[in-house]
Design a protein around this ligand. Structure first.
Ligand SMILES: [Zn+2]
Length: 294
């Protein structure tokens, strides 16, 4: 695995006024993701394969269907972000896309069933799968989206997300819930895949016990186990120890990193968000897309 390719190289070595120009990046070999469900049944839920940009659709058409991880194919944005195309949908793409964003992978054929496996609710195993597959540069160019002016989405109450021009890509997230969550904030600056892997990728999906039926519907709680997300009860976390004191804020940053990759190119700008979710992230993307004619 050659770390430092992709966005790492983008930020550190090559910088042009119109955005750093980088090679397109793909996985070198195939890799598979396995998720243990129920009593130790191993399902092959997804595989990653190298694919050149111009071969992507041709190959994908041999399978169930083909959704491009792009803004135009965004379907629903409730608890998770889904892609929809030609009558089928792929759910929960954001954690996987956050990994591709952070490793600078621009071309990839991911074969999945109806949704990207949730794994343990974090992005750790996607990092491992990508590293197992290896990363290589391809011919072709990919430029960062360099934010040119502030864009902002304001929803109800204090819920808001904003991005403004900056030299680096960073996300500052604040959330406030009643105890046991309380107020949390985290500030993340992208410095390469290693910082992402240490700081953001391990942060897991979370949900409230009172929403358990919705979580079950989403497949976040299934197989008789409660190990696919952090369950928050009335006065304590019910099923696990937190990996970070501010794990919830970090997970929200993971979601933002994934959603902001739906314009298909890495982004440079400073994001600040309070109590936002996928719908706000996508609304911000819409503004950026229109404002910058992307
Ligand atoms: Zn998430």
């Amino acid at each position: 695995m050659q770390h430092g390719l992709g966005r790492g190289r983008c930020d550190n070595e090559v910088r042009l006024d119109q955005g750093a120009i980088d090679a397109q990046v793909d996985v070198a070999r195939e890799a598979e993701l396995h998720q243990v469900i129920g009593l130790g049944v191993v399902h092959e839920d997804a595989s990653l394969e190298p694919t050149a940009e111009d071969r992507r659709h041709e190959e994908a058409d041999r399978f169930l269907g083909d959704a491009r991880a792009e803004f135009q194919d965004v379907g629903s944005t409730g608890y998770a972000t889904s892609l929809r195309s030609k009558g089928f949908a792929v759910g929960t793409v954001e954690h996987f896309l956050a990994v591709l964003h952070s490793y600078g992978v621009t071309n990839l054929l991911a074969k999945v069933q109806s949704e990207v496996p949730i794994m343990d609710g974090s992005a750790e195993e996607f990092c491992q799968a990508l590293e197992e597959a290896g990363i290589e540069e391809q011919a072709g160019e990919c430029s960062e989206i360099v934010i040119d002016r502030p864009y902002e989405v304001r929803a109800k109450g204090e819920e808001a997300i904003r991005i403004e021009p900056a030299e680096t890509f960073s996300v500052h997230y604040v959330l406030r819930y009643p105890e046991p969550v309380g107020e949390q904030e985290h500030r993340y600056t992208y410095l390469g895949p290693e910082t992402f892997k240490a700081e953001i990728a391990p942060a897991r999906t979370f949900g409230f016990l009172r929403d358990i039926e919705k979580l079950q519907t989403m497949g976040l709680v299934g197989g008789g186990k409660l190990n696919n997300c952090i369950i928050i009860g009335d006065d304590k976390i019910l099923n696990t120890e937190l990996r970070f004191a501010d794990e919830f804020a970090r997970h929200k940053i993971l979601d933002i990193l994934g959603d902001l990759y739906l314009l298909g190119r890495p982004m440079r700008g400073a994001v600040s968000a309070v109590m936002t979710g996928h719908s706000d992230n996508i609304a911000l993307l819409r503004q950026i897309r229109e404002g910058m004619n992307l």
